[in-house]
Design a protein around this ligand. Sequence first.
Ligand SMILES: NC(=O)c1ccc[n+]([C@@H]2O[C@H](COP(=O)([O-])OP(=O)(O)OC[C@H]3O[C@@H](n4cnc5c(N)ncnc54)[C@H](OP(=O)(O)O)[C@@H]3O)[C@@H](O)[C@H]2O)c1
Length: 223
Amino acid sequence: MENTIAVLGGTGKLGAALARRWAKAGRQVIIGSRTAGKAAEAAARLGAGLGTTIRAATNLEAARAAGIVVVTVPFASQQGILEEIRPVVAGKIVIDTTVPLVPPKVMRVQLPPEGCAALRARALLGEDVRLVSAFHNVAAHKLATDETVDCDVLVFGDDRQARAVAVELANRAGLRGLHAGGLASSAAAEALTSVLIFLNKTYRVDGAGIRITGQLDIGAAAE
Ligand SMILES: NC(=O)c1ccc[n+]([C@@H]2O[C@H](COP(=O)([O-])OP(=O)(O)OC[C@H]3O[C@@H](n4cnc5c(N)ncnc54)[C@H](OP(=O)(O)O)[C@@H]3O)[C@@H](O)[C@H]2O)c1
């Protein structure tokens, strides 16, 4: 259970792509949905493509059964899903991917009153959850392929060990995860997503990503 990953909203664009990459890398994955049947359908489809088994459940049951819970639902649904899982995620690692996009103006940075979606998650889940935020800047449709995705994953959180788990999961998904700071700094990556959407439109890019330049001593982050 400890290493099992529940992907809530795993029927969607980002969640399905992450679930598929982690399952392909040999991790135990449970796809969560508001509807068990929809989760089962997505899990069967993704599992068949990989020749492996992916489990499926409602979001609540998936969160209950896993040690690592990844939240991949739209900003408008973030509050509802976090309130639903709060009773079953105490002590667990929760990785929130929420970008506070407010349609139709998704190219404009619109951070919520809490400061960012990650801090909103902290307020909703309480202090006894090992909360991390990540994957804000990765284009889901690129992640859904077997191609290399040219994007770094900035990982934020106040619990260093939990952050390291998310960095490793980004690496296992074929990306480069980087420790990027405390939870409050998640505002930077969340805001960048609107900038990337603007760049996509302006320069006709099919899913711009971000890259941290310079020779990073990756091992130094573990010291
Ligand atoms: N798409 C990207 O490229 C990308 C990249 C980086 C970050 N993100 C972030 O990742 C999150 C998910 O994005 P997405 O594009 O994957 O979203 P999505 O495909 O539109 O939706 C994901 C899933 O959320 C669930 N959902 C929808 N409305 C809901 C509601 N009212 N309550 C609970 N669950 C609901 C649905 O699952 P069920 O119907 O099965 O319950 C849906 O399949 C967002 O916060 C987004 O900002 C997305």
